[in-house]
Design a protein around this ligand. Structure first.
Ligand SMILES: O=C(CO)[C@H](O)[C@H](O)COP(=O)(O)O
Length: 225
């Protein structure tokens, strides 16, 4: 049995009480704080940027998992690292020179993640998987919280897990979008290491209890055939 990580996404928090939301995560069993950066170009929505990230970092007691849903992410990697990002994830679809961008993230000392939109197949990472610390499988189309989970993400996670197992790399698999108690066990069983949960934590009646429940799910290792 190996324990998964949980990263509550502050996109779903009440922004008038963002400090309280961070405090709640600080005091909980959650592992990371997921920070969604949206630019209104790569995705149709605009969220927040480096100044909010820096403010979150100033009170966060857990690592910041920064997901850049932006075009030309290579222009902002050092800035987000300085703002406090511990993991920086860029989109496959936004990076024509992904190998270079991954190295750029690593050079800052941050963990390097690559996100795949729902339509992007995992085999496209075959020639880069050894260099990536984490692959983020988007299980909704990026841009908004509270969307319906796309079921096809599960076989995709299994394929990615098989690729990671064959290559014997320590790459983590993170899943983001529509994640909650209703599908977490299946996601973990398929090979997920990190669950991102927005609405299912911050829109829950009792967010603290939601975190405890999402962390409490156990998984047996999936046997590779
Ligand atoms: O990246 C995101 C949207 O682009 C969010 O992190 C994700 O959607 C989480 O929100 P929810 O758990 O409410 O689906």
């Amino acid at each position: 049995m190996n324990q998964h990580l949980l990263a509550p996404s502050i996109l779903a928090a009440d922004f008038t009480k963002l400090g309280e939301a961070i405090q709640l995560v600080n005091e909980s069993e959650a592992d990371w704080i997921h920070v969604d950066i949206m630019d209104g170009r790569f995705v149709p929505n605009i969220s927040f940027g480096m100044m909010v990230t820096e403010t979150v970092k100033s009170i966060a007691e857990k690592p910041l998992d920064v997901h850049l849903m932006i075009v030309e992410p290579e222009k902002y990697i050092e800035t987000f690292r300085k703002a406090g990002a511990d993991t920086i994830t860029v989109h496959y679809e936004a990076c024509p020179h992904l190998h270079r961008t991954v190295q750029q993230i690593k050079d800052t000392g941050a963990r390097a993640g690559v996100a795949l939109n729902p339509h992007t197949p995992v085999h496209l990472l075959e020639d880069l998987i050894e260099d990536i610390d984490m692959v983020l499988i988007m299980s909704v189309n990026p841009g908004f919280g509270g969307q319906k989970f796309i079921y096809h993400s599960i076989p995709k996670i299994q394929k990615l897990k098989d690729m990671i197992t064959v290559r014997n790399t320590s790459t983590l698999i993170e899943v983001d979008g529509g994640v909650g108690l209703q599908n977490a066990e299946k996601l973990l069983q398929a090979g997920t290491d990190v669950l991102v949960a927005g609405s299912s934590v911050f829109r829950a009646k009792d967010p603290r209890q939601a975190i405890t429940q999402l962390k409490g799910i156990e998984r047996e290792p999936r046997h590779f055939v």
